[in-house]
Design a protein around this ligand. Structure first.
Ligand code: HEM
Length: 139
């Protein structure tokens, strides 16, 4: 159980960190003046999504599900936390869409730096909510 929780927390740190950082990379790619610099940011964003963000999310969700099955906990805070996790998953998908769109020759307006910052803000909100629910267990 302790090892499973350690795996859960380790994967969460990687998922949350990448979720907050990736939109900033896409915004940097959009704002970079030189083509070479732009390509570097885009490659970095794709690598982070494929090698970091997605595997970390899968491990976090699988280990969380393992903890849930091992403990059989059905408290309301856990159900509410799953709602916050769903919000994080939506931000995850939006990050993928931002990465794909930033690779187009003419990226669409909705992947502008302001949209990237909005995704970061939403992700930060859901992460904070999930952490508060699991640590304070308010109900
Ligand atoms: C499908 C996704 C997830 C499931 C099913 C899940 C489930 C669980 C369960 C059952 C526990 C044990 C609770 C306890 O022992 O009191 C736990 C611990 C924890 N979870 Fe998750 N979790 C998920 C995702 C997340 C996310 C996204 C975050 C943070 C952003 C998070 C943060 C934590 C923390 C900090 C703990 C340790 C709490 C403690 O030891 O008091 N979890 N999780």
């Amino acid at each position: 159980m302790t090892l499973l929780k350690a795996l859960h927390l380790g994967a969460l740190i990687c998922w949350c960190g990448s979720l907050l950082y990736l939109p900033a990379l896409v915004a940097a790619a959009r704002a970079a003046p030189a083509a070479l610099e732009r390509d570097g940011y885009r490659r970095c964003a794709r690598q982070l999504f494929v090698v970091g963000l997605t595997p970390a999310a899968l491990v976090a969700i699988m280990s969380g599900t393992g903890l849930f099955l091992a403990q059989g906990n059905t408290a309301l805070w856990l159900v509410a936390k799953l709602g916050a996790v769903a919000g994080m998953a939506v931000c995850h998908v939006l990050c993928g869409a931002l990465v794909l769109n930033s690779e187009q020759t003419t990226p669409r307006a909705w992947s502008a730096p302001a949209a990237c910052h909005a995704v970061t803000a939403a992700a930060a909100g859901f992460i904070g909510l999930a952490l508060w629910l699991v640590l304070a267990k308010p109900f």
